[in-house]
Design a protein around this ligand. Sequence first.
Ligand code: RFL
Ligand code: PHB
Length: 389
Amino acid sequence: MRTQVAIVGAGPAGLLLAQLLHLRGIDSVVLEAKSRHYIEHRVRAGVLEHQSVDILNEAGVGARMMREGLLHHGLMLRFSGQVHRIDLTALTGRAVMIYGQQEVVKDLVAARVATGSPLHFEVEDVQPQEFDTDRPRVLFRSGGTQQVLECDYIAGCDGFHGPCRVSISPTELKLFERVYPFAWLGILAETPPASEELIYANHERGFALLSMRSPTVSRLYLQCAPDESLENWPDERIWSELQTRLGSGRDLDLRIGPILQKGVTPMRSFVAEPMRHGRLFLAGDAAHIVPPTGAKGMNLAITDVYLLAEALARHYRDGQDDRLNEYSATCLRRIWKVQRFSWWMTMLLHRFSDDSEFDRRRQLAELDYITSSRVGAQSLAENYVGLPL
Ligand code: RFL
Ligand code: PHB
């Protein structure tokens, strides 16, 4: 079996890369460990930067997003018992789109299937090999049969736990990591969003976030312990904690509804440098993780593969490798700014177990500054809607 680009992983990064390459006349094979049903129902991120919206539209997979997605022109910050609106559009001229990651994945899988190009689900034992030579290949098993996929390039879009990054010699990678002393308990619930816009709450009992997926489905998060067991969180406790932290009763009417899905997301900041090793290119969560407070994980995956597709197109179309050579540095420059923003939002909104009274006052003063100074608000807004490519 042979292709131009072997893509490991069918998350937003791998699937979008496959579609962008297809549009540029470049062949690829996508290898995914899970089933189609599994990846189409994995509940994760939900906020698309304006630029991600443009890229998905340009890739020809944006029609349903434009119909069903919710365009948001602002967000709410809640602290000290009050809510303050950050008017994203007035401050930046841009808006963000609320559209679930699993919906993006469904649209991308449908587009891939329509091209008739290979997308293999439930493959096992994926091993990227020989990427430091001119003849890289990927070994894998599919339906019990051992396969060899020869290629020009390998795209490691296999998430944080995938095989690509770990196949690189540790001496060639520099890893940067910060693990936070808390996690997010996230639920998807059948209840109309209690607010038209997202609410990020800094409460003395911990962070809470109100988000949504549709006019009838809410997505809600609570700061919890990093090793939290869901057994400690019966539905009544989740709702009561959300109501307290989001201030339901006074400003807002958060109605209890059936919980469709529950999960705990650990919080970490992680970067592996560089993102290229010979003919292996890492993209998305395979190369970096951000804590979800800034809503950036899926957006970084989208911008990485957009740059990678352009670089590969330049190679195949013009015979020039300049963009491929610059890929890692170009991505990392943006990634570190997004790392900074995601870290900053996390530090601003969560309670730390060792918070001193000084830290608490400083956090509230910073929130007060952001919500009372146009410059303060603008910096948040500019990062939230997305920095330019
Ligand atoms: P993905 O989506 O993880 O996709 C990687 C794909 O690679 C597959 N894979 C393999 N395939 C073949 N062989 C192997 N050996 C493989 N190992 C793995 C996986 O099955 C998967 O299909 O990475 P990608 O494409 O880079 O996209 C990044 C985003 O998914 C991610 O940044 C965000 O979803 C982060 N994130 C969240 N962000 C938010 O803004 N809000 C959230 O609520 C939120 N929740 C989450 C999240 C990430 C999570 N992970 C990765 C732990 C919840 C979770 C659980
Ligand atoms: C979500 O809707 O899942 C979501 C929204 C904003 C975030 C993180 C997750 O910062």
